[in-house]
Design a protein around this ligand. Structure first.
Ligand code: FES
Ligand code: FES
Length: 187
Protein backbone atom coordinates (compact mmCIF):
# COMPACT_ATOMS: atom_id res chain seq x y z
CA UNK A 1 0.00 0.00 0.00
CA UNK A 2 1.18 3.47 -0.77
CA UNK A 3 -0.56 6.18 1.22
CA UNK A 4 -1.08 9.74 0.08
CA UNK A 5 -3.75 12.39 0.14
CA UNK A 6 -5.79 12.91 -3.00
CA UNK A 7 -8.10 15.89 -3.12
CA UNK A 8 -7.94 16.16 0.66
CA UNK A 9 -8.87 12.53 1.22
CA UNK A 10 -6.52 9.83 2.49
CA UNK A 11 -5.94 7.13 -0.11
CA UNK A 12 -3.99 3.88 -0.11
CA UNK A 13 -2.97 2.65 -3.53
CA UNK A 14 -2.44 -1.10 -3.81
CA UNK A 15 -0.42 -0.95 -6.99
CA UNK A 16 3.18 -1.49 -8.02
CA UNK A 17 5.00 1.49 -6.46
CA UNK A 18 6.68 2.10 -9.82
CA UNK A 19 3.30 2.81 -11.43
CA UNK A 20 3.08 6.33 -12.79
CA UNK A 21 0.82 8.46 -10.60
CA UNK A 22 -1.19 9.27 -13.75
CA UNK A 23 -2.44 5.69 -14.02
CA UNK A 24 -3.13 5.33 -10.30
CA UNK A 25 -5.30 8.45 -10.47
CA UNK A 26 -7.08 7.51 -13.67
CA UNK A 27 -7.44 3.75 -13.47
CA UNK A 28 -7.56 3.11 -9.74
CA UNK A 29 -9.01 6.30 -8.28
CA UNK A 30 -11.28 6.92 -11.28
CA UNK A 31 -10.17 10.54 -11.47
CA UNK A 32 -10.19 10.70 -15.25
CA UNK A 33 -9.93 14.48 -15.40
CA UNK A 34 -6.18 13.92 -15.40
CA UNK A 35 -5.42 13.29 -19.06
CA UNK A 36 -2.96 11.02 -20.82
CA UNK A 37 -1.35 12.74 -23.74
CA UNK A 38 2.21 11.75 -24.52
CA UNK A 39 3.25 9.76 -21.46
CA UNK A 40 6.81 11.08 -21.67
CA UNK A 41 6.63 14.50 -20.06
CA UNK A 42 6.18 16.62 -23.17
CA UNK A 43 2.53 17.72 -23.29
CA UNK A 44 1.50 18.60 -19.72
CA UNK A 45 -2.00 17.18 -20.10
CA UNK A 46 -1.38 14.97 -17.05
CA UNK A 47 -0.38 17.80 -14.70
CA UNK A 48 -1.54 17.62 -11.10
CA UNK A 49 -0.55 19.55 -8.02
CA UNK A 50 1.84 17.70 -5.72
CA UNK A 51 2.12 19.63 -2.47
CA UNK A 52 1.03 22.68 -4.48
CA UNK A 53 3.57 22.26 -7.26
CA UNK A 54 2.38 21.49 -10.79
CA UNK A 55 4.03 18.24 -11.87
CA UNK A 56 3.52 15.88 -14.80
CA UNK A 57 1.91 12.83 -13.23
CA UNK A 58 3.19 10.57 -16.02
CA UNK A 59 6.70 11.20 -14.69
CA UNK A 60 5.92 10.79 -10.97
CA UNK A 61 5.72 7.27 -9.57
CA UNK A 62 3.28 6.26 -6.89
CA UNK A 63 6.27 5.65 -4.62
CA UNK A 64 7.49 9.21 -5.18
CA UNK A 65 4.05 10.55 -4.31
CA UNK A 66 3.90 8.67 -1.01
CA UNK A 67 2.89 10.92 1.86
CA UNK A 68 2.27 13.89 -0.38
CA UNK A 69 -0.87 15.87 -1.08
CA UNK A 70 -2.19 15.52 -4.61
CA UNK A 71 -4.76 17.81 -6.18
CA UNK A 72 -6.40 16.84 -9.44
CA UNK A 73 -8.79 18.93 -11.49
CA UNK A 74 -11.68 17.28 -9.62
CA UNK A 75 -10.31 18.71 -6.39
CA UNK A 76 -9.42 22.23 -7.55
CA UNK A 77 -12.92 23.29 -6.59
CA UNK A 78 -16.18 21.44 -6.17
CA UNK A 79 -18.19 23.92 -8.21
CA UNK A 80 -15.83 25.46 -10.79
CA UNK A 81 -15.44 28.47 -8.55
CA UNK A 82 -11.64 28.61 -8.58
CA UNK A 83 -10.56 31.89 -10.25
CA UNK A 84 -8.69 29.99 -12.96
CA UNK A 85 -11.75 27.94 -13.82
CA UNK A 86 -13.96 31.01 -13.87
CA UNK A 87 -11.55 32.95 -16.07
CA UNK A 88 -10.95 30.08 -18.51
CA UNK A 89 -14.68 29.89 -19.10
CA UNK A 90 -15.17 33.67 -19.22
CA UNK A 91 -12.36 34.13 -21.76
CA UNK A 92 -13.50 31.08 -23.74
CA UNK A 93 -9.98 29.73 -23.48
CA UNK A 94 -11.16 26.17 -24.04
CA UNK A 95 -11.83 24.37 -27.29
CA UNK A 96 -11.76 20.58 -27.14
CA UNK A 97 -10.75 20.81 -23.49
CA UNK A 98 -8.28 17.93 -23.48
CA UNK A 99 -5.39 20.11 -22.34
CA UNK A 100 -7.52 22.17 -19.98
CA UNK A 101 -7.21 20.23 -16.70
CA UNK A 102 -3.43 20.30 -16.83
CA UNK A 103 -3.38 23.96 -17.80
CA UNK A 104 -5.86 24.87 -15.06
CA UNK A 105 -3.68 23.23 -12.42
CA UNK A 106 -0.46 24.79 -13.72
CA UNK A 107 -2.20 28.17 -13.80
CA UNK A 108 -3.55 27.71 -10.29
CA UNK A 109 -0.01 27.04 -9.04
CA UNK A 110 1.25 30.10 -10.90
CA UNK A 111 -1.26 32.62 -9.57
CA UNK A 112 -0.78 31.26 -6.10
CA UNK A 113 2.91 32.17 -6.42
CA UNK A 114 2.27 35.40 -8.30
CA UNK A 115 -1.29 36.62 -8.86
CA UNK A 116 -0.09 39.30 -11.29
CA UNK A 117 2.05 37.44 -13.84
CA UNK A 118 3.21 38.95 -17.11
CA UNK A 119 2.87 37.17 -20.43
CA UNK A 120 6.44 35.87 -20.36
CA UNK A 121 6.01 34.43 -16.89
CA UNK A 122 2.80 32.76 -18.00
CA UNK A 123 4.50 31.22 -21.03
CA UNK A 124 7.32 29.95 -18.82
CA UNK A 125 4.99 28.54 -16.17
CA UNK A 126 2.52 26.97 -18.60
CA UNK A 127 4.57 24.79 -20.96
CA UNK A 128 1.49 22.71 -21.70
CA UNK A 129 0.75 21.89 -25.32
CA UNK A 130 -2.66 22.75 -26.76
CA UNK A 131 -3.37 21.28 -30.15
CA UNK A 132 -6.34 23.64 -30.53
CA UNK A 133 -4.12 26.69 -30.07
CA UNK A 134 -5.83 28.58 -27.27
CA UNK A 135 -2.56 30.23 -26.23
CA UNK A 136 -3.50 33.94 -26.71
CA UNK A 137 -6.72 33.45 -24.77
CA UNK A 138 -4.84 31.59 -22.08
CA UNK A 139 -2.71 34.61 -21.28
CA UNK A 140 -5.79 36.78 -20.95
CA UNK A 141 -7.57 34.17 -18.86
CA UNK A 142 -4.69 33.63 -16.46
CA UNK A 143 -4.15 37.35 -15.97
CA UNK A 144 -7.87 37.72 -15.36
CA UNK A 145 -7.78 34.85 -12.87
CA UNK A 146 -5.02 36.71 -11.07
CA UNK A 147 -7.22 39.81 -10.83
CA UNK A 148 -10.02 37.69 -9.42
CA UNK A 149 -7.62 36.14 -6.91
CA UNK A 150 -6.50 39.66 -5.90
CA UNK A 151 -10.16 40.70 -5.58
CA UNK A 152 -9.76 43.32 -8.29
CA UNK A 153 -12.50 41.73 -10.34
CA UNK A 154 -15.38 39.35 -9.93
CA UNK A 155 -16.67 36.80 -12.37
CA UNK A 156 -20.01 35.18 -11.84
CA UNK A 157 -19.45 31.55 -10.99
CA UNK A 158 -20.01 29.22 -13.90
CA UNK A 159 -22.88 26.76 -13.50
CA UNK A 160 -22.09 23.78 -11.32
CA UNK A 161 -20.89 20.91 -13.50
CA UNK A 162 -23.40 18.43 -12.17
CA UNK A 163 -20.63 15.93 -11.48
CA UNK A 164 -20.18 15.05 -7.87
CA UNK A 165 -16.78 13.81 -6.84
CA UNK A 166 -18.56 11.27 -4.67
CA UNK A 167 -20.13 9.83 -7.79
CA UNK A 168 -16.79 9.59 -9.52
CA UNK A 169 -15.37 7.76 -6.53
CA UNK A 170 -18.38 5.58 -5.77
CA UNK A 171 -16.93 2.33 -7.08
CA UNK A 172 -13.42 3.06 -5.93
CA UNK A 173 -12.55 1.59 -2.53
CA UNK A 174 -9.26 3.49 -2.45
CA UNK A 175 -11.11 6.81 -2.39
CA UNK A 176 -13.17 5.97 0.66
CA UNK A 177 -10.30 6.45 2.99
CA UNK A 178 -7.12 5.02 4.34
CA UNK A 179 -7.33 1.36 5.22
CA UNK A 180 -10.02 0.40 2.74
CA UNK A 181 -7.43 -0.39 0.10
CA UNK A 182 -7.49 0.40 -3.58
CA UNK A 183 -7.94 -2.31 -6.09
CA UNK A 184 -6.48 -2.41 -9.54
CA UNK A 185 -9.63 -1.48 -11.41
CA UNK A 186 -9.41 -0.46 -15.02
CA UNK A 187 -12.43 1.84 -15.49
S1 FES B 1 1.04 12.71 -20.56
FE1 FES B 1 2.37 13.51 -19.07
S2 FES B 1 3.39 15.15 -20.05
FE2 FES B 1 2.16 14.27 -21.63
S1 FES C 1 -8.33 23.05 -26.06
FE1 FES C 1 -7.98 21.31 -27.33
S2 FES C 1 -5.98 20.64 -26.82
FE2 FES C 1 -6.22 22.53 -25.81
Amino acid sequence: MTAMTVNERPVDFDVDPATPLLWALRDVANLTGTKYGCGVGDCGSCMVLVDGEALRSCLVTVAEAEGRSITTIEGLSRDRSHPVQQALVAEQAIQCGFCTPGIALAAAALIRRNPDPGAEEIHAAIPNLCRCGVYPRLVRAIQRAGRVARRRERISAAPAPGIDQEDAARAVPGMRGSGDGAGGGTD
